[in-house]
Design a binder for this molecule. Structure first.
Ligand code: ADP
Length: 500
């Protein structure tokens, strides 16, 4: 980007800046005016019911507000930001009201916001409310002890700087120590109970307890420090603004939004990074398996061709042929993926008979089916119209679906190709009797690099590219693609093509 400096531009920018300054000034005057209006004077008093109701709401929202924090090996952990509500109350109210608000807000938050999928055990609810209230009580007491509220509103600097710092820093630190301390000790107790229930030996010496607690602290602390300390600062800022200029208090919440968005992006990048490294491992495996069998069979042929019988020679050359065919498919998929991503892949549709597409694809996918003794059945109506498709790419689509059907089904099962006309489209489906896919995974399998996590257990290698290529290619043909599947019940992958 080139910027040219000229007089008119400087003039325009100058006018713009002056305008902005004027708007800012007007806004601050308005805010000042608001803060003098009786309603706002009433709500800024710590004892007014409106203020208390508002802080209960802030407390509930803060406890329910969760930041997902990236952890290790693609795992994520979540941290609720109750600290924020707790510290905001501590700054604005005398200790007993702050504690009362903590009790009400944390009980509402715990009862109203249950984790998705299952209900929280009542012991956890009690523990969470208890730790929230204790942490608030500790901070409030310390803050009041140093007369923090008066120091914050009208600090006599520099004489009282140290005392102000002690009041604010002390309130944050004590809150952190109490809530973290309780969490870490309770986690350690849970681990101990689970370990002894599972019959593992638990050393009860004091040293090991301290080490275990320290380990838990360090692990959870590493993930939590950034969001939790931001929350603490936001809480103090919110309380401070509430004391000096209530209408401005919501501004304090802005850093939370920023950190939330930053974390979301960070997590997405981490996930991509993890998928990429998985991809490299998987592709290396996928290339290596056929390569090793090619090397082995061709080596045998080369060294022992004289000693081998006709049958063995045929078997070995067949293995070699099948493996090279497999390798060819893998490389074809990789190339397709990269041309699709760069947007340089073009489709040249011509009128094609569906038989032709199927017979081309079956010829190339047959070795995969045969290697697992799987039979193939065709369900092809006589009156099927021709379709508009690019022969090379549409055959690749069907091959990917057929090889997946073979890969993710047991030996000896049946794979069926079923076609039918649907309005002015033709629908081609590949039906298998394989392991099936859960609804949760179905939502992701067409994404690049995505592989169902249990693949690692069944050790079926793959790059996670096949279905994403299928989807992109079918999209380029103006068709649709989808799957119907239940775990353990087989899957039907289908796509449609416009009839010619
Ligand atoms: P790859 O097979 O290389 O892992 P794909 O993009 O072809 O990648 O498939 C993505 C995932 O979808 C696979 O890892 C597999 O878990 C699942 N999947 C695909 N086809 C089937 C099928 N016919 N039956 C069960 N699972 C399948």
């Amino acid at each position: 980007v080139t910027t040219r400096i000229s007089l008119p531009r400087i003039f325009l920018v100058g006018i713009g800046l002056l305008g902005l300054a004027r708007v800012g000034l007007a806004a601050s005057q308005l805010a000042q005016h608001w803060s003098q209006v009786t309603l706002f004077t009433a709500v800024s008093s710590p004892w007014s019911p409106v203020t208390i109701a508002l802080f209960v709401t802030v407390g509930v929202a803060a406890s329910a507000f969760v930041i997902i924090v990236p952890g290790h090996e693609g795992q994520t952990s979540s941290h609720d930001l109750g600290t924020m509500g707790s510290l905001a109350c501590v700054v604005v109210f005398p200790p007993y009201i702050a504690i009362l608000i903590a009790v009400v807000a944390s009980t509402i938050a715990q009862v109203a916001f249950q984790p998705t999928g299952h209900r929280r055990a009542w012991q956890f609810t009690v523990f969470n409310v208890g730790s929230y209230v204790l942490a608030t009580a500790a901070s409030a007491t310390l803050f009041a002890f140093y007369d923090g509220m008066h120091l914050l509103v009208a600090p006599k600097l520099p004489q009282q700087a140290a005392q102000t710092l002690l009041a604010v820093g002390g309130a944050v630190a004590v809150n952190y120590i109490v809530s973290y301390g309780l969490t870490v000790v309770s986690l350690w107790l849970i681990r101990r109970t689970v370990a002894s229930r599972d019959g593992k030996t638990v050393s009860s010496s004091r040293v090991s307890a301290v080490t275990a607690i320290r380990d838990i602290f360090i692990t959870s602390h590493r993930d939590a420090i950034l969001p939790e300390s931001t929350a603490a600062i936001v809480g103090i800022l919110f309380g401070y603004l509430w004391l000096v200029n209530p209408p401005l208090a919501p501004i304090a919440l802005l850093p939370l939004a920023v950190i939330y968005i930053a974390f979301q992006n960070f997590i997405r990048l981490q996930e991509l990074d993890r998928l990429k490294s998985n991809f490299i491992t998987e592709v290396s495996h996928e290339l290596r398996t056929p390569l090793s069998s090619m090397v082995a069979s061709s080596e045998l042929l080369y060294h022992h061709i004289g000693d081998l019988q006709g049958d063995s020679i045929r078997d070995l050359s067949r293995t070699s042929y099948e493996s090279s065919n497999h390798l060819f498919r893998v490389v074809e998929n990789l190339l397709n993926a990269s041309t699709l991503q760069s947007g340089t892949l073009t489709i040249r549709p011509v009128a094609l008979s569906v038989d032709e597409i199927i017979s081309d694809a079956v010829t190339q996918a047959q070795p995969f089916l045969e290697s697992k003794n799987q039979s193939l059945e065709l369900d092809l109506p006589f009156d099927l119209p021709e379709v508009l498709a690019d022969p090379r790419h549409i055959v690749q689509v069907l091959i990917n679906l057929l090889t997946n059907a073979a890969k993710y089904s047991a030996t000896g099962t049946q794979v069926r190709i079923a076609c039918q006309t649907e309005g002015d489209m033709v629908r081609i489906g590949v039906v298998d009797q394989g392991m099936g896919i859960s609804d949760e995974d179905q939502a992701h399998i067409f994404e690049r690099f995505y592989r169902v996590p249990s693949n690692t257990m069944t050790s079926v290698v793959g790059s996670g590219l096949g279905l994403s290529i299928v989807k992109s290619l079918v999209d380029m043909h103006h068709g649709q693609v989808g799957v119907v599947s239940h775990v353990g019940d087989g899957s039907t992958f289908w796509f449609t093509l416009p009839s010619a």
